[in-house]
Design a protein around this ligand. Structure first.
Ligand code: SF4
Length: 349
């Protein structure tokens, strides 16, 4: 079952001002090098650590690595920030990641290169629409994906990431729970098929993953018959059906290492290629196609909001201490409960 809230990108564009972010500014090589050095010095001055997502600009991922920060998925980013000794976390990703870091580390200062980096899944699920939807189904346990606002997390019973969505839902199904799942309908559909759980799905989608095309992927497979296909489960079901491995960003990187094939077609944001290529330097990585018949580009798998994290904005937030994540204390405490359930489940499993 899928709810009827208007959550397709075209529908959302009519509801949300500033939905599409501005294009990033291109830097000259000399400017880039100066900025990198400036950011290194500012991280030391501010006693801060840089925590970056796999989908941000490789420039920022490499800076995070070189300065002993981390490059990871959203859950690992938050866990790393919580456990690190620094009192200031610089979160390069999208806003819900900064919020999650703040929920897990309420005593730390959390800054972001921009607070305008959204996520179509988060935008698709405003608390004003989601809370009444949950209230209308009081017999259902509410499970939300990490890609949601702090307010939506606070309304949930459980938070999950794509890496543990299947085992958590399987566990809840075994305990006899009927579920509300939000916001990604494709991931929800995948989890439902894997577990057989009774799930009422919210209708959101990721603007990057929903664009992968199964026919174009089949055509690409014909050109590379020995390639393995790696797919993130936010993709449509007919694309997932062609996969040799389905998983979260971290799970796809591990699959790239363990699969025998030397050529890998990868259906997720192309930002992952930076860390994946480090993990499998001898393998060839190909972006899965998003363009159908007659399209002018083969693959446009780049999140526009992740792309807003630039070196310029990163330096500015460190220099000025701006773009701080501030959360209401009560909201943060309520959002921590379903997050803590997920962390406890991860530890126990
Ligand atoms: S890639 Fe998709 S799920 Fe990830 S932040 Fe961008 S819009 Fe959200």
């Amino acid at each position: 079952m899928i709810s009827d809230f208007p959550t397709s990108p075209s529908a959302l564009a009519r509801y949300v001002d500033g939905y599409w972010p501005a294009a990033p500014v291109l830097l000259k090589e000399s400017e880039r090098l100066v900025l990198r050095e400036r950011i290194r010095a500012l991280l030391v001055r501010e006693k801060a650590v840089l925590v970056a997502h796999y989908y941000v600009d490789p420039e920022i991922q490499s800076l995070a690595q070189e300065t002993h920060g981390c490059v990871a998925d959203s859950l690992e980013m938050a866990r790393f920030g919580r456990d690190h000794g620094a009192n200031t976390l610089i979160v390069a990703g999208v806003r819900f990641m900064g919020e999650t870091a703040k929920i897990l580390s309420p005593g730390k200062r959390v800054l972001m290169p921009t607070l305008q980096a959204e996520c179509s899944l988060d935008l698709s699920c405003p608390i004003d629409a989601f809370a009444p939807f949950c209230d209308a189904h009081p017999d259902r346990t509410v499970v939300v994906y990490a890609n949601t606002s702090a307010a939506v997390k606070a309304r949930a019973d459980w938070v999950v990431t794509s890496s543990i969505a299947v085992p958590v839902v399987d566990y809840l199904d075994g305990e006899g729970h009927k579920l509300i799942w939000a916001p990604d309908r494709f991931l929800g559909d995948y989890v439902q098929r894997q577990t057989g759980a009774d799930m009422l799905l919210w209708g959101g989608a990721c603007v990057v993953h929903e664009e992968f095309k199964s026919q174009a992927l089949r055509d690409l497979k014909q050109l590379h018959p020995d390639a393995a296909v790696l797919v993130h489960p936010e993709s449509p079901a007919d694309v997932i059906a062609l996969a040799d491995a389905v998983g979260s960003t971290a799970q796809l990187i591990r699959a790239a290492q363990t699969l025998a094939q030397m050529t890998l077609i990868v259906a997720t944001d192309q930002g992952i290629f930076y860390k994946m290529q480090q993990a499998v330097p001898n393998k060839t990585l190909i972006a899965a196609p998003t363009g159908g018949q007659g399209a002018t580009c083969r693959s446009c798998a780049s999140c526009p909001w992740m792309g807003m994290n630039s070196l310029v904005k990163l330096a500015q937030c460190l220099e000025q201490g701006c773009n701080e994540i501030i959360l209401d204390g009560d909201l943060s405490t309520r959002a921590m409960k379903p997050l803590q359930r997920m962390l406890d489940f991860t530890r126990a499993s």
